[in-house]
Design a protein around this ligand. Structure first.
Ligand code: SF4
Length: 72
C-alpha cells in the first residue's frame, strides 16, 4: 500500500471541474503542479508530488484527501 492524494468522485469529471474551480489546490502547491487539471483528469499521481498535503489542507470543498492505495 502507498500513500497518495485522491480526489473524491474522480469519475465525474464535470463535477470535479466545478469542485476545483477555485484553484486553491494549484495556488498552494509548493511544487507548482496544476492540481486542478490533475483532479479533473482523475489522476492525482505526479512524480513531482511530495505529498505535503497543502492541496488537501487548502481545499475548501474537501474533495481532496489522503488515501492508501495498492501498488500497481
Ligand atoms: S500534496 Fe503537495 S506537492 Fe502534492 S499535489 Fe498536493 S500540494 Fe502539490
Amino acid at each position: 500500500m502507498i500513500l497518495s492524494i485522491t480526489c473524491d468522485d474522480s469519475q465525474n469529471t464535470q463535477h470535479q471541474e466545478i469542485n476545483v474551480q477555485c484553484g486553491r489546490c494549484t495556488k498552494y502547491c509548493p511544487m507548482s503542479l496544476n492540481v486542478q487539471a490533475m483532479a479533473v483528469k482523475g489522476n492525482m499521481d505526479h512524480h513531482e508530488c511530495v505529498l505535503c498535503g497543502e492541496c488537501v489542507d487548502n481545499c475548501n470543498k474537501k474533495v481532496l484527501r489522503f488515501a492508501w492505495k495498492s501498488k500497481k
